[in-house]
Design a binder for this molecule. Structure first.
Ligand code: IPD
Ligand code: CA
Length: 286
């Protein structure tokens, strides 16, 4: 198997969190064109503006034919290349176990996609023995391609990701994700905490892109009261490499069930821990 890593420094593994073998860089190199092809398929299937053009899995919980087709494309191509790898997908059609495991959100931001909007992405994370090691997120309508590898780095369209330097909550922009599983009271209580800090609120419909925004410094924090592994598996790597701080999503059970997740600029860690009572830590590896 001959591989040309498609990001800088892809083969320098320097610390305790770095590759257990060169296989992670190889896997990510092979996975990037798969994500691009998956996103092209989704673009071709995107409904015209209007809608929503989708079926309902539950209240305000959409699924489109594209979600299923994109997950199938990724699952089939990964299985052909790495038949012993595990696979976990949001649409759940083809789960497999393995030491390496791919975690796929075929379209994150389906509610946007179903209305012909631009803010959605394909998200593909790579775990090794349950630890996030690699992440790829592509938002084709925004032309934003994110790539990260633990111990190596993280980039958006080739530019290194760096969490925001902000330290003052009164200048912060904070997004809160929403999903129908969250109680209205709890959502309002958390939003009030941020508003009382002086932060400007956002809610844009894609947990994967919002957490990537924390990694790039375009957002100062993101909170979701209950979010799934496939929404954040790729972004966990981007966040760790960007210097952001996060709550202990996997330690709190995020691989098994919807779990709270807070990610933030390091300079806001203390203030956010105080107002939310959610502990934050840095996973920076280099
Ligand atoms: C949802 C989006 C949303 C987040 C939800 C997710 P989907 O994923 O990421 O922003 O708040 O928790 O379920 O349904 O668009 O794939
Ligand atoms: Ca999702």
């Amino acid at each position: 198997m001959s591989v040309s890593p498609t990001h800088p420094h892809a083969e320098c593994h320097t610390d305790r969190n770095a590759d257990p073998s060169p296989s992670i860089a190889q896997r990510l190199a092979f996975a990037q064109p798969i994500v691009r092809d998956a996103a092209a398929l989704a673009m071709a299937m995107r409904p015209a503006p209007g809608g929503p053009d989708a079926s309902l899995k539950g209240r305000q919980d959409y699924v489109t034919e594209a979600d299923q087709a994109v997950e199938k494309l990724i699952s089939t191509r990964i299985d052909a290349l790495f038949p012993n790898d595990g696979f976990i997908g949001e649409e759940g059609g083809s789960q497999r176990d393995g030491q390496y495991a791919w975690v796929v959100d075929p379209i994150d931001g389906t509610s946007n996609f179903a209305r012909g909007r631009d803010r959605w992405c394909v998200s593909l994370g790579l775990l090794y023995e349950g630890r996030p090691m690699g992440g790829i997120i592509f938002a084709p309508a925004l032309d934003e391609f994110y790539l990260g590898q633990i111990g190596v780095g993280a980039w958006m369209n080739g530019r290194p990701l760096k969490a925001s330097p902000l330290r003052d909550g009164r200048s912060a922009m904070i997004e809160m994700g929403w999903s129908p599983v969250v109680a209205t009271d709890e959502y309002s209580r958390r939003m009030t905490q941020f508003l009382e800090m002086g932060a400007m609120p956002r809610s844009s419909g894609s947990g994967a892109l919002a957490t990537a925004d924390v990694a790039s410094g375009r957002l100062d924090a993101y909170l979701e009261i209950a979010i799934n592994l496939w929404d954040v598996a790729a972004a966990l790597v981007l966040l760790a490499e960007s210097g952001a701080v996060t709550s202990d999503f996997l330690g709190e059970g995020g691989a098994e069930r919807p779990t709270r997740f807070l990610a933030a600029a390091p300079g806001l860690a203390e203030a956010l821990e105080q107002v939310t009572s959610i502990p934050l830590k840095s996973d920076r590896s280099s």
